[in-house]
Design a binder for this molecule. Sequence first.
Ligand code: ADP
Ligand code: DP6
Ligand code: CO
Length: 352
Amino acid sequence: MTNIHIASATAPVNIATLKYWGKRDKVLNLPTNSSISVTLSQTDLRTLTSAATSPTFTSNKLWLNGEEHPFNDARSVQVLTHLKELRKKLELENPALPKFSEWYLHIVSENNFPTAAGLASSAAGLAALVVSIAKLYQLPQSYSELSVIARMGSGSACRSLFGGYVAWEMGQLQDGSDSKAVEIAPMEHWPQMKALILVVSADKKDTPSTSGMQLTVQTSELFKQRVDVVVPKRFKEMTQSILDKNFAKFAELTMKDSNSFHATCLDSFPPIFYMNDTSKKIIKLCHHINTYYNETIVAYTFDAGPNAVLYYLQKNETKLFNIIYKLFEKLPGWKSDRANYKQFLDQYTKLD
Ligand code: ADP
Ligand code: DP6
Ligand code: CO
């Protein structure tokens, strides 16, 4: 009988409302600023990962969405080395355990949403990877400790280990041990919050987040102002708006921070463009909707890609969807495919 051991895990996407963008230490993956996000429900955008180990495997391998994916880059190696060291410790304490720490891993992972398109696939992906291997290795580490390992794989991944409203505190220590995700409030604190994802393009972005933020750190003047002045103040205000369940404030800060992050991308040299014309039309549409209702009912945010995430409260879902559907209906022969969606947005901004 083949000696293969398998464990699986899922992890949800988290979408930052106060963006992480910039590393102060590339090896440990430590950020230049603290960030805040909302973790989406497992039933929406998520990664499902299975980790297998066997003495018969001859190398570490990863299949992502059905295709073999490079798995020997420095960050993956660092994550695997860390997990294997923890397993090794366990094996020394319990000599009866099989020597998984000496065997290679085969990982099969699937995202149920576009990969590398600015919908936080690295967050859900690395979180699911770490949790599935920790399960396979039967590690006793807490989610908080696993979050630190996930951070080394992809910064935003540390926040996907927690549900609800999450902060990633940048930390002060050189070894990064205090740079970790903490819960601001569980989802039950403010369960009315909803997220609507508008997939503008499922294509892979041309500038991955890792290299994009490095270019920004090196070349943007605006970035210094963002990190030193804008984000620290915003971090406190956004945390408070979540604790107070103040949607208008939360929404304003979320939209401003998305714009501030994309401004630093534009201020990088050469400039990075993550949003496209459709993204910009969505921004305009959201402001129109809030003006129309004379109340802030929707907030947009864009990660490093053109796709929009809209946050709104459940009680305003009908109001928001009514206006969106009404606009869609203005198009003769409307069908819910992407080409029509773009046409709708073009028409909408022309009516403007
Ligand atoms: P995104 O905006 O989707 O997070 P990034 O540029 O940050 O885009 O990261 C994309 C990269 O993350 C992919 O090219 C891949 O290397 C990694 N990744 C995405 N999903 C997974 C997954 N399920 N398992 C392992 N790695 C993943
Ligand atoms: C715009 O976490 O993908 O989504 O640490 O290099 O893997 P690496 O970067 P990543 O960057 C995310 C950037 C962002 C904002 C955010 O999620 O906070
Ligand atoms: Co990412």
